[in-house]
Design a protein around this ligand. Structure first.
Ligand code: HEM
Ligand code: HEM
Length: 190
């Protein structure tokens, strides 16, 4: 928990009343949208007939939105580490600050780990992603290995399912701050 608190206040010191900087706000919402699309696409895929073009398209959409999350989370984290984030608003108790830091830390871990696990699942299945229209294949980090594919896929699915709860908790906490505590937590991320 201590580490989580340090993570929150790393970077240049910021005032509690400050808003998140525009690049942080922009990347926060674009990445949230991409994650929502990645989930929606993989759920949709489950309802489509095996072997259909629509099913393949859903999986491709899932894979590319996931890759985009990984690409965008790098500048987002760098921005946060270099420029810092606004300090906790006054009046937030120890429990709220700790829960919020721990959740943010988990969300960052997820935004890196989940696309990497998905990508490795694909590679271990003997597939590479090719940039549409350009015919450029993204690098393959592991060769075809069915045993490895099964294990990584299982972790990817378990983490993906667990994060419905973490993301849900995070979003509900933001709404709780806004509607019940009536503080500026949500406003400073808009
Ligand atoms: C934010 C990023 C991502 C999230 C939230 C996510 C989430 C998920 C979830 C929840 C499942 C399980 C679906 C089920 O239970 O049927 C899944 C499956 C899968 N994901 Fe991802 N994923 C992400 C990124 C990626 C990426 C970047 C790739 C590959 C480039 C990928 C490839 C796959 C594959 C191949 C499956 C198995 C689909 C199947 O059943 O055949 N994912 N993902
Ligand atoms: C997949 C979806 C989401 C992810 C991965 C995510 C991730 C994060 C992370 C890592 C932070 C920490 C600040 C930063 O470095 O950017 C954050 C802050 C924040 N998020 Fe999200 N978020 C998601 C969805 C949402 C939703 C749906 C809401 C609103 C209902 C929301 C509201 C906020 C607010 C208000 C903050 C600022 C919290 C504070 O100042 O303590 N987020 N989010």
């Amino acid at each position: 928990m201590d580490n989580a608190i340090k993570f929150r206040s790393r970077g240049s010191p910021r005032l509690p009343g400050e808003r998140y900087a525009p690049p942080s706000v922009f990347l926060h919402w674009v990445i949230a949208l991409l994650i929502a699309i990645a989930y929606a696409a993989v759920i949709t895929k489950g309802y489509l007939p095996r072997g259909s073009a629509e099913r393949a398209l859903s999986l491709t959409l899932h894979e590319w939105t996931g890759v985009a999350v990984l690409v965008l989370v790098v500048p987002r984290l760098l921005w946060r580490l270099i420029k810092g984030a606004p300090a906790a608003l006054p009046g937030q108790g120890w429990l709220v600050r700790t829960a919020s830091s721990a959740t943010h830390l988990l969300l960052y871990l997820f935004m890196f780990a989940q696309p990497i696990l998905g990508y490795l699942t694909l590679n271990a299945g003997g597939h590479v992603l090719t940039i549409p229209g350009l015919d450029i294949a993204l690098p393959q980090f592991v060769g075809k290995d069915d045993e490895l594919r099964r294990s990584i896929k299982e972790i990817h699915e378990t983490v993906g399912n667990a994060f419905y709860w973490v993301i849900g908790f995070h979003a509900l906490a933001a709404l709780w701050h806004h509607y019940f505590r009536r503080d500026d937590t949500l406003r400073r991320m808009l």
